[in-house]
Ligand binder design. Structure first.
Ligand code: PLP
Length: 395
């Protein structure tokens, strides 16, 4: 019999009933160190007092009015994002998938309004993840995501990850946009080198194609800058944001330059919930905290400490781990043992990690994780690796 919850997820048999900072408490009372943050969402950990207060205050005032009216909390969050990024304008969604939908529509509408309605091609990457709507699965293109769901939305080309020469060959005056994650998350914490991001920007400049960056997972302070592309010194034309921006409240956004957004006039797009007062009040508090230079400096310091300890962990367990990759507090441990076994052994040691493609486990801790918590987390990963080694030697 089908469960009352549609069984589309493979869930671990864990039931968390409370969160405090970097910790999650299981129903049985065990305390887990959370290096997953609900997949890069809880950037300030669980139950951050400022976010709890902001949500509570807004909940007392006003939850929802719809976008038929001005929403001051939405305007304030948009102003903050414009102030801190390349963007001139922002549309709010409830998720990364919806941000992908608008990014694709916006790029195509741009060329339509420019008198080039056939210019709809979008070049994306193999191994990408952009969400689960029909446009987002078409943008990712893998058989695993599109198979069985009928005609795939057309106009997407997929090139091998990081093949800049192939991108240069493929981009033409038919290319509406190039869509890329600066660091692939689901794809296995694969970071695009800064010089390659600059080369992609140059290809866009040469062909006129718009650059769409998907920073749903790597953005919002995760790499030690507010957005990952800042390290490369480039700017996109359109950027998808979600996950961390709500700190746990469902919130996403599309950020765009005035030019790229020029086709999106009144009536061309909308969302009932998108940009609602609750989400935007919380989002503004998250951006205020995360964008502060001191906070980002602290992320970089913690990231350095974590990475150093992980290098030592890998060296101590060569049968379990192969290496560390990623940037900031978006790190991947490339495994030799099956990554799902390592995640499970982590559960036994009360540390939470998230599997990804390429036999990687992802470490996406809250950005305000403390140094002591980092030390404890790596001790627990060490215990997990030791458990795997003893299982290996006993078979
Ligand atoms: C999670 C994710 C998405 C989709 O976001 P949802 O909020 O799950 O719809 C899109 N792009 C990237 C890079 C992601 O990591």
């Amino acid at each position: 019999m089908i469960p009352s919850v549609l069984p589309t997820y493979n869930r671990a048999p864990l039931e968390f009933v409370k969160g405090e900072g970097s910790w999650l408490v299981e129903r049985d009372g065990r305390r887990f160190l959370d290096l997953g943050s609900g997949i890069a969402v809880n950037v300030l950990g669980h139950a951050h007092p400022d976010l709890v207060a902001t949500l509570g205050e807004q909940a007392q005032k006003l939850w929802h009015v719809s976008n038929l009216y001005r929403i001051p909390e939405q305007e304030r969050l948009a102003d903050l994002l414009v102030e801190h990024t390349f963007a001139d304008t922002v549309f709010f969604t409830n998720s990364g998938t919806e941000a992908c939908e608008l990014a694709v529509k916006m790029a195509r509408k741009y060329w339509y309004e420019a008198g080039d309605p056939e210019r709809v091609e979008i070049i994306a990457s193999e191994g990408a993840f952009h969400g689960r709507s029909t446009a987002a699965i078409a943008a990712a293109g893998s058989e695993k995501m599109v198979k069985g769901f009928g005609p795939v939305l057309g106009g997407f080309t997929h090139l091998p990850w990081g093949d800049i020469a192939a991108l240069r060959d493929a981009a033409s005056d038919r290319t509406a946009a190039i869509l890329i994650e600066p660091i692939q998350g689901e794809g296995g914490i694969r970071a695009m080198p800064d010089e390659d991001l600059r080369a992609i920007r140059a290809i866009c400049d040469a062909t006129g194609a718009l650059l769409i960056l998907d920073e749903v997972q790597c953005g919002m302070g995760r790499t030690g800058r507010l957005f990952a592309h800042e390290w490369a010194g480039i700017t996109p034309d359109i950027m998808m944001v979600a996950k961390g921006i709500g700190g746990g409240f469902p919130l996403g956004a599309v950020l765009a330059s005035e030019g790229a957004a020029s086709g999106m006039t009144a009536g061309t797009h909308g969302s009932t919930y998108g940009g609602n007062p609750l989400g935007c009040a919380v989002g503004a508090k998250v951006v205020e905290i995360v964008a502060a230079p001191d906070f980002l400096a602290q992320v970089n310091a913690r990231a350095g400490a974590l990475r150093q300890k992980l290098e030592a962990l890998v060296a101590a367990h060569p049968e379990v781990f192969e290496g560390v990759r990623g940037a900031g507090l978006m790190l991947g441990l490339v495994c030799k043992a099956p990554n799902t076994d390592v995640v499970r052994a982590g559960f036994d040691a009360q540390v939470i990690t998230v599997p990804a493609a390429d036999n990687v486990i992802r470490l996406l801790p809250p950005l305000n994780i403390t140094e002591d918590e980092i030390a404890t987390a790596v001790e627990r990963l060490d215990a997990a690796a030791t458990q795997i080694e003893s299982a290996l030697s006993s078979c």
